[in-house]
Design a protein around this ligand. Sequence first.
Ligand SMILES: C[S@@+](CC[C@H](N)C(=O)[O-])C[C@H]1O[C@@H](n2cnc3c(N)ncnc32)[C@H](O)[C@@H]1O
Length: 253
Amino acid sequence: MIQEGELINLYHNEQRKYLLKVKHAQFHTDKGFIDLTAIIGKNFGEKIVSNLGYNFYILKPTLEQLVMKVKRHTQIIYPKDIGIILTKATIFPGAKIIEAGSGSGAFTSAAAYYIRPNGKIYSYEQRRDLFENAKQNIEKNNLTPWVEISNKKIENNFEQKNADFILIDIGSPWELIRAAYQSLKAGHKLATICPSFEQLSKTVFTLGQEGFTDIETLEVLTRRILVRPNRTRPEQRMPSHTGFLVFATKISQ
Ligand SMILES: C[S@@+](CC[C@H](N)C(=O)[O-])C[C@H]1O[C@@H](n2cnc3c(N)ncnc32)[C@H](O)[C@@H]1O
């Protein structure tokens, strides 16, 4: 049963789907308003009708929605890239994760979602305004208990040690590789995302010099398909370049 404070995907159609927190309020759309109080006690999949008689469905939000709906004040890591990070990284329920920087908290939300119920992500953001925004996004996604976010510039050391996974998403990832090495468990993964080839090669060569092996670099491309009678084909537009992902494993020295 849906409880007050829970997140829902209020769905009418592809153009009208809303990520909302259930509370004692009305939610207004161009198809009329929905009394959110009436959703408390219902189950996912049920229908609710707006005051103008339009059907909306109460659906379980996906992690993609949580990530895409963060208030963006920076470039974020997109779901297509997050998906592969989650499968290639050493992230699991209970994992201890370190992240630099938090940005808008998109990746922080995804990692927090997966490490529940007893993991923790320690996330660092150097800029006060971005730190505040990321913190609010994490709170909106109901993920605060699994995140410890700090307004701090990481220079050459992370406070936490023995992390299961470290993500570096800053403009010059190579600067934090030594710090990451000191804080990561041996045999575990580090990942970075680099928007340009120059950042990518500098990062990969530094990883090779700083005690990492099994270094893999890739780019993820996704293509949606329009399925229609006798006219099924890929959509004309594809998401453009986001970043090159690098995965590396720490070896003992
Ligand atoms: C591209 S954004 C990160 C986006 C984030 N991964 C997301 O999905 O929302 C990079 C962030 O790193 C922060 N940053 C850069 N260098 C840093 C450092 N040394 N310590 C902490 N934060 C840093 C920047 O201020 C910026 O907000």
